[in-house]
Design a protein around this ligand. Structure first.
Ligand SMILES: NC(=O)c1ccc[n+]([C@@H]2O[C@H](COP(=O)([O-])OP(=O)(O)OC[C@H]3O[C@@H](n4cnc5c(N)ncnc54)[C@H](OP(=O)(O)O)[C@@H]3O)[C@@H](O)[C@H]2O)c1
Length: 249
């Protein structure tokens, strides 16, 4: 058994998946959290689990100069940070051919460049304290690009690869990285989209994350787990076959 998680810092603090993770952590003794989000004034109090002391900090992932200040303020509020959850992300109803340069740039900076820059500060700070786990919400879309959302998929793949390398670099420091690769999750991000096969809910992702954290597991967590072996095969499938399987999704 690992130590109970008392403190959590969330990047992308209004995320439905992150909120579900906090709910699960609250049942296991979470005491304090810092949510970094773009619109703290708009955040409903109900989004915070009851009994957990919550600090809201205004933060935008694409404002690279803000990351150091954010992490220092999170340390001030939390003391030792047990877990950092990176849940920043944007999807569009279409994230492929026809997106303009500004849209592509925004998606890559929001899903990859911004979070990666923030995580580099987070990693330094956790190494200083000698412990902690960084949970990075990647995606099944990172495993292989599809025609309808390759901009999203490639931006998540960038973050996923960054997190893998960071995990290697952190070996021996006491800091670990968990890379979470959910399939389609019914959340604000996917509102209005037809659920993909194996669609799941934030609560299911949260349960998998918190179970893995409880076991001290690091590395990759697929949700649902079946996606791991499936993508192991599909990412190497011949291009023509993959295009037929992925279809218009
Ligand atoms: N839903 C899915 O099907 C699915 C599947 C696999 C992986 N994921 C990943 O899981 C994570 C959480 O997604 P979710 O389903 O919980 O969706 P969500 O509720 O829409 O959460 C995404 C969060 O990212 C925040 N965000 C976007 N741009 C930002 C920026 N520039 N600076 C700071 N925060 C920003 C959003 O804040 P605002 O409220 O300000 O927009 C929102 O809190 C994302 O990384 C997503 O890529 C989701």
């Amino acid at each position: 058994m690992t130590e109970p998680i008392r403190t959590a810092h969330v990047l992308g603090g209004s995320s439905d998946i992150a909120a579900a993770v906090l709910e699960h952590l609250a049942r296991q003794g979470l005491e304090r959290t810092v949510l970094a989000l773009r619109s703290p004034d708009a955040e409903p109090a109900a989004a915070t689990p009851s009994g957990v002391q919550c600090t809201l900090l205004r933060w935008d992932a694409v404002e690279i100069d803000s990351h150091r200040v954010l992490v220092e303020r999170a340390v001030e509020a939390l003391g030792r940070i047990a877990v950092v959850i990176c849940a920043v992300g944007m999807l569009a109803h279409h994230a492929g051919l026809g997106m303009g340069p500004a849209d592509v740039d925004e998606m890559v900076r929001t899903n990859f460049a911004g979070p990666a820059a923030a995580l580099s500060v987070v990693a330094d700070r956790l190494v200083e304290q000698g412990s902690g786990t960084i949970v990075v919400l990647s995606s099944v879309a990172a495993a292989r690009a599809r025609k309808s959302n390759y901009v999203y998929g490639s931006s998540k793949a960038g973050l996923d690869t960054f997190a893998q390398g960071m995990a290697d670099a952190l070996v021996g420091t006491g800091v670990g990285v968990m890379i979470v690769r959910p399939g389609f999750v019914r959340s604000s991000m996917t509102e209005g989209l037809d659920p993909a096969p194996f669609a799941t809910d934030p609560d299911v992702v949260a349960a998998a994350v918190v179970e893995a954290l409880g076991k001290g597991r690091r590395g990759v967590v697929w949700v649902p787990p079946l996606l791991g072996p499936m993508l192991g095969v599909l990412r190497n499938a011949p291009t023509g076959l993959w295009r037929r399987i992925a279809g218009d999704r």
